[in-house]
Ligand binder design. Structure first.
Ligand code: ADP
Ligand code: MG
Length: 696
C-alpha cells in the first residue's frame, strides 16, 4: 500500500488537555509529557536503509527494492486485485494488492520509480510481493532503522513517529542518576541516558537486531536500570514517609487475652506460626505503623496468627478489623474467631452487604460504641456509615483480591487524626522473591513455610473428560468411607449464564448418578441466605457432595472433604486451581484432586493450559506453583492490573533482570540520601502520575 500523504508534525505535546482524537488516543496510552514520548520505545524496527537487488533476494526475505513500474492493471480473476509489474534492472517482480485506492493505482503507472518494502516469494512466474509498503523513490534513504511503536487502533505509526521524535527532541534528558551519587555497579549506566534513548529510537543498521529484540543491548540495560531505580526509589520514599507516621504501640499483656487464647486453642502452634507471630508482635510494639504481608500456603494456618495479633490489640483496649474479599470467607473467619474469642468474653461484630437493615444497625452501634472489640466482614466495612470507636489494627485477608482504593479506605477508618492503623495483609498466593523485592519493596514479608502436622499430601490426577464415569465411581468410594466431595465448575468470564448452566447440569447429572446421596449446588447468583444454608449443610456433613462455581475458592474449611474434582481444569488459572485444591487435604485422611480436562474441538490442549496442568500434577508446594505461574503469565498478569497499578514495569522483566533489580535496590537508598532532589526528579520522570498507586 502507498504510504498515506505525509501528516503534519504533532502539536507540541505539553500537558494540556488533549484536543483531537489522535492526541486523545496518545494520552490514553500515557503519552502526554515530552518525556512520556521520549520513553515510548519501539517494539521492533524495519530496515529501510538499504536497497536489495532482486537478483540477490532470498525466498521469504523481507527487503526493500527500488524499481521502475512496467505494467499496472486491475485483474478480476481469481479475485479483484491490482497487479503491478516492476523491474529493478537485475530481475522483475509482481506486486499484488487485494485492496487499494485509485490514488495508489495512479501513483504506480508505468514509468514510475518506486520503492517497495515487503516479503518476497518466488513462484512459477517469478518474484511476487503481497501488499508491500510503497513510496515514491525520490526521497533519500534513511540512515537509521525505522522504529515501529506500540500503538492503538486509529493512531497511525507515521503520526506517532513524528510525535515521538518531537518529544525526544524537547524532553529534558539530563542525567538524574549517573554521577549523582556513588552508586555501585556503574556498568548498568555505561550509556548516557540521552544517547541510549536516541539510539533505541533510531538505531544504526549495523546493530545486532537480536540484542535490541531481547533487550540485552547496553542501551536497553540503561533504560531498564533507570526504570527499576525509579520504582525502588519511589517505594523507599513511601516506606520512609510511613516510618514518620505514628501508630499506637500495642504490646501483649501478661496473662491477657493473647495468653488466654493461646492456652485455649485446641492445637499448638507450628514453629513457623510462632515465628511469624513474633514478627507481627514486634511490629505492633512500634510507634510506626506495621505494613506486613503474611504469606502462607492454603491451610498453613494464617487465621490464628491474625487472631493472636487481634488479641494483642484488644489487650491494649483497642479495636481490630478483619476484612475478607467474599461473604463466604468472611463468614468462615467470623465463625472461627467467635469460636475462639467469645468464650474469652470478647464481642465480635459482623458486617456484610447482604445484611438486613436491622441487624446492620445493631452491628454499627456495637462498633461505634467500642463494645465490639473485633469487627469481621467484607468490604461493607469501608462504607462511610461505619464508624469505629478506636480502631488500631486492620487485617486484610487475600489482600490481592482488593483494589488499592479499598485498602486505602480501610486505613482511613482511624478515628484519631494523625494516627495510622497497623496493617496486616494475608495471602495464600505467595510472591516469588524477585516480585517481593520489587513490588513489595516497602512491605515486610512474613512467611509460614510449614503446614500443621498430620496432613497427608494431596495426590493430583489428570483425567480426560470422556472418563467422567470413572470419576463418579471414585466419588462413590469416598462417600462409602464417610468422606465428602467438592466438584467445581469453571467461571466462564463472558457469560455468567453459561457458567451457571454448567454447574446446574453437573449437579443434575450427579444427583442422577448418586441416588440417595445429598448433592448440593452453590453458585454466585444465589441469594446470600441460600448460599449460607448450603454451606452450613456441607460443613455439618449432612450434604455429601457440593457442586459449585468458584465461589468456594478461598478459605472454605471442611476437614472431612477428601476429594476435589475440577471440571474444565484447562480453563483455570494456576494459582486459582491450587487454591481450590487446598480445600481438601485439611484433615488426616488421604486426599485427592482430579483435574478433568477437555480439549474441545482441538486435537490437544494449548501450550499454557498444558503447562498449568503439568505444574498442578508435579507439585503441591505453593511457592513452586507461584514461581511457575509467574513464568507462564509474566508479572503484570500475575499480580493483576489492579494490583500492579497498571503495569508499572514497562521495560524491565523481573524474570530476566534480577541482577539489575538487585542493583537498583542497593542504589535507591544511596541516591535518596545523597541527592534527594535528583531522586525526586528521577521518580517524577519515570512514574509521573502513577506514584499514587505505588504508595498503596
Ligand atoms: P489458611 O492459612 O489457609 O487461612 P487456616 O487458618 O484456615 O489456613 O487454617 C487451616 C486449618 O488448620 C484450620 O482448621 C485451623 O484451625 C487449623 N490449624 C491452624 N493452625 C494449626 C496448628 N498449628 N495445628 C493444627 N491445626 C491448625
Ligand atoms: Mg485463610
Amino acid at each position: 500500500m502507498l504510504a498515506k500523504p505525509s501528516i503534519p508534525a504533532a502539536e507540541p505535546a505539553v500537558a494540556a488537555a488533549p484536543r483531537n482524537p489522535l492526541q486523545k488516543a496518545m494520552a490514553k496510552m500515557g503519552l502526554v509529557r515530552d518525556i512520556d514520548f521520549a520513553l515510548h520505545l519501539p517494539l521492533r524496527y524495519e530496515d529501510e536503509t538499504r536497497i536489495v537487488r532482486l537478483a540477490d533476494a532470498r525466498e521469504g526475505q523481507t527487503l526493500q527494492i527500488e524499481a521502475t513500474v512496467t505494467a499496472c492493471e486491475v485483474s478480476l480473476r481469481p479475485r479483484r486485485q491490482l497487479l503491478v509489474s516492476v523491474d529493478d534492472g537485475s530481475d522483475t517482480c509482481t506486486l499484488r494488492f487485494f485492496s487499494f485506492y485509485p490514488v495508489q493505482q495512479r501513483a504506480m503507472q508505468p514509468g514510475a520509480q518506486i520503492r517497495a518494502r515487503g516479503e518476497v516469494k518466488g513462484g512459477f512466474l517469478g518474484w511476487t510481493m503481497v501488499h508491500p509498503v510503497v513510496h515514491a523513490a525520490s526521497a533519500d534513504l534513511p540512515t537509521a532503522l525505522t522504529p515501529v511503536y506500540p500503538t492503538v487502533a486509529g493512531l497511525p505509526q507515521a503520526y506517532l513517529r513524528k510525535a515521538v521524535l518531537g518529544g525526544l527532541s524537547r524532553a529534558d534528558l539530563s542525567e538524574t542518576v549517573a554521577g549523582s551519587a556513588s552508586l555501585p555497579g556503574q556498568a548498568a549506566l555505561s550509556w548516557p541516558l540521552r544517547d541510549a534513548l536516541v539510539f533505541l529510537h533510531h538505531p544504526t543498521p549495523e546493530v545486532a537486531l537480536a540484542t535490541l529484540e531481547d533487550h540485552s543491548h547496553p542501551a536497553w540495560q540503561r533504560l531498564k536500570a533507570e526504570e527499576l531505580l525509579a520504582q525502588q526509589v519511589s517505594q523507599l520514599q513511601s516506606r520512609r514517609a510511613r516510618d514518620n507516621l505514628r501508630s499506637l504501640v500495642l504490646k501483649p499483656v501478661d496473662g491477657g487475652l493473647r495468653d488466654r487464647l493461646l492456652s485455649a486453642l485446641p492445637f499448638t502452634l507450628t514453629a513457623a506460626q510462632q515465628r511469624v507471630g513474633r514478627e507481627v508482635a514486634h511490629d505492633l510494639a512500634q510507634a510506626a505503623p506495621m505494613h506486613r504481608l503474611l504469606q502462607g500456603d492454603v491451610g498453613s494456618g494464617k487465621t490464628v496468627v491474625a487472631a493472636l495479633a487481634a488479641a494483642i490489640c484488644i489487650d491494649a483496649g483497642r479495636q481490630c478489623a478483619l476484612m475478607a474479599p467474599t461473604e463466604i470467607l468472611a463468614e468462615q473467619h467470623f465463625r472461627k474467631l467467635i469460636g475462639w474469642l467469645e468464650p474469652l468474653g470478647i464481642t465480635t461484630a459482623w458486617l456484610t452487604g447482604s445484611q438486613k437493615a436491622k441487624e446492620r444497625r445493631a452491628m454499627l452501634a456495637l462498633i461505634a460504641s467500642g463494645e465490639a472489640a473485633l469487627v469481621v466482614g467484607t468490604h461493607a466495612m469501608i462504607q462511610d456509615k461505619v464508624q469505629f470507636h478506636n480502631l488500631a489494627l486492620t487485617v486484610i485477608d487475600e489482600q490481592h483480591r482488593f483494589g488499592v482504593a479499598q485498602r486505602l479506605a480501610l486505613r482511613d477508618k482511624m478515628a484519631e487524626p494523625g494516627l495510622e492503623p497497623h496493617l496486616l495483609m494475608m495471602t495464600a498466593t505467595p510472591i516469588p522473591r524477585t516480585l517481593a523485592m520489587s513490588y513489595y519493596a516497602d512491605l515486610e514479608v512474613s512467611t509460614i513455610d510449614e503446614l500443621p502436622p498430620g496432613r497427608t499430601p494431596i495426590v493430583t490426577k489428570l483425567v480426560n473428560a470422556s472418563r467422567r464415569d470413572e470419576v463418579v465411581a471414585r466419588i462413590r468410594m469416598q462417600l462409602a468411607q464417610g468422606r465428602q466431595v467438592y466438584w467445581v465448575c469453571p467461571l466462564i468470564e463472558e457469560s455468567e449464564v453459561l457458567d451457571l448452566a454448567n454447574a446446574t447440569e453437573t449437579h443434575a447429572a450427579l444427583c442422577a448418578a448418586l441416588p440417595g446421596v445429598q448433592v448440593g449446588l452453590l453458585h454466585s447468583r444465589m441469594p446470600a441466605a441460600e448460599k449460607k444454608a448450603v454451606m452450613a449443610e456441607f460443613v455439618s456433613g449432612t450434604m455429601a457432595v457440593l457442586v459449585s462455581t468458584t465461589v468456594i475458592e478461598v478459605g472454605v474449611d471442611v476437614p472431612n472433604a477428601s476429594l476435589m474434582v475440577i471440571e474444565h481444569a484447562e480453563r483455570f488459572g494456576l494459582s486459582q486451581m491450587h487454591q481450590l485444591r487446598g480445600r481438601v487435604g485439611r484433615g488426616a485422611a488421604a486426599s485427592a484432586c482430579v483435574l478433568l480436562y477437555s480439549t474441545g474441538d482441538a486435537p490437544r490442549l494449548g501450550e499454557t493450559a498444558r503447562a498449568r496442568l503439568k505444574a498442578m500434577v508435579e507439585t503441591n508446594d505453593g511457592f513452586e506453583i507461584a514461581r511457575r505461574d509467574l513464568e507462564i503469565r509474566g508479572p503484570g498478569e500475575f499480580l493483576g492490573a489492579r494490583q500492579s497499578g497498571a503495569a508499572l514495569l514497562r521495560f524491565a522483566d523481573l524474570a530476566t533482570d534480577a541482577e539489575l533489580l538487585e542493583w537498583a535496590r542497593a542504589a535507591a537508598p544511596l541516591i535518596l540520601d545523597h541527592s534527594p532532589a535528583l531522586a525526586h526528579r528521577h521518580v517524577a520522570r519515570w512514574l509521573g502520575t502513577k506514584t499514587e498507586f505505588l504508595k498503596a
